[in-house]
Design a binder for this molecule. Structure first.
Ligand SMILES: C[S@@+](CC[C@H](N)C(=O)[O-])C[C@H]1O[C@@H](n2cnc3c(N)ncnc32)[C@H](O)[C@@H]1O
Length: 207
C-alpha cells in the first residue's frame, strides 16, 4: 500500500462526514455536468471518494464505473449506494493507472478534485483521453495551486513526508489548460467559482 492510499484510507470516514464548503458551486457543477449527460451513456469516474458525485449523477445515465485508490472510501461509497438503492454504479478499488480499460470506450469521464493529487497529470490526461469515445467529455475540478499558492511547492513535500497531507502537485490553471489541449481535448466550459477555488473544466475529446 503506498502513502497516498494509506492517507486516503485514514481520511475516509472524516471525508464522508465533511460539509460541502460552497453548496451553490457544488450544485452548479453537478448541473453543468448533467447538461453533457444522456440516459444511454456509460460513465467512468476516478478518485470517486465516498461516491457522492457518482450517486448524484446515476439517475441521468445508463451506468457509472467508479474507482478510487482507497478501499475505505469505496466501502463507504458502496454502503451509500446500497442505502439509496442505486443499482447502476459499480464501485471498485483501483488507481487510474491500474484500471483495465474495457474495449467499449466511455461517453464521459469524471475526475473531480483529484488531478492535482496524481504524480503525473499528463499521463493521467492521456489515459483519460484513451478511455473516451471521440466527442466524449472529461469533467474535472482541480485545485490549481500554482495560480496563487505557489509556495506550497516547497512546503507540500515536507507535509507529505510527515504524513500530514497526501501527494499534492502544484500547477497553474494555464498549465492544466495546456495539458488538456496538448493531449487533444477542446475546453468547452471553464469556471472558477472564487479566487482560491478549484477550476471546473469540461473538455471534449476532439477525436
Ligand atoms: C479530494 S478526494 C475527492 C473525492 C471526490 N472526487 C470528491 O470530489 O468529493 C480525492 C480522492 O482521490 C483518490 N485518489 C488519490 N489518488 C488516486 C489515484 N491515483 N487513483 C484513484 N484515486 C485516487 C483519493 O483516495 C480520494 O478519495
Amino acid at each position: 500500500m503506498d502513502r497516498s492510499e494509506k492517507f486516503w484510507d485514514r481520511m475516509a470516514e472524516r471525508y464522508s462526514k465533511r460539509a460541502i464548503s460552497d453548496v451553490a458551486a457544488y450544485e452548479r457543477k453537478l448541473q453543468v455536468t448533467r447538461e453533457y449527460l444522456r440516459p444511454e451513456m456509460e460513465v467512468f469516474e476516478f478518485g470517486c471518494g465516498t461516491g457522492s458525485i457518482a450517486i448524484a449523477h446515476a439517475p441521468y445515465v445508463r451506468h457509472i464505473q467508479a474507482i478510487d485508490v482507497s478501499s475505505n472510501m469505496i466501502e463507504i461509497a458502496r454502503r451509500k449506494a446500497d442505502a439509496g438503492k442505486v443499482g447502476n454504479v459499480r464501485f471498485e478499488r483501483s488507481t487510474l493507472a491500474e484500471f483495465r480499460v474495457p474495449d467499449q470506450r466511455f461517453d464521459a469521464v469524471l475526475g473531480l478534485n483529484v488531478l492535482h493529487l496524481l504524480a503525473d497529470r499528463d499521463e493521467a490526461i492521456a489515459r483519460v483521453r484513451a478511455m473516451l469515445k471521440p466527442g466524449g467529455v472529461f469533467v474535472t475540478s482541480t485545485a490549481c495551486l500554482g495560480d496563487s499558492l505557489k509556495f506550497l511547492q516547497v512546503i507540500a513535500p515536507i507535509g507529505r513526508f510527515l504524513g500530514l497531507i497526501p501527494l499534492v502537485k502544484v500547477f497553474s490553471s494555464r498549465e492544466l489548460e495546456h495539458s488538456l489541449t496538448a493531449a487533444g481535448f477542446e475546453i468547452v466550459h471553464q469556471w472558477q467559482p472564487a479566487k482560491y477555488a478549484a477550476v471546473f473544466i469540461v473538455a471534449k475529446n476532439a477525436g
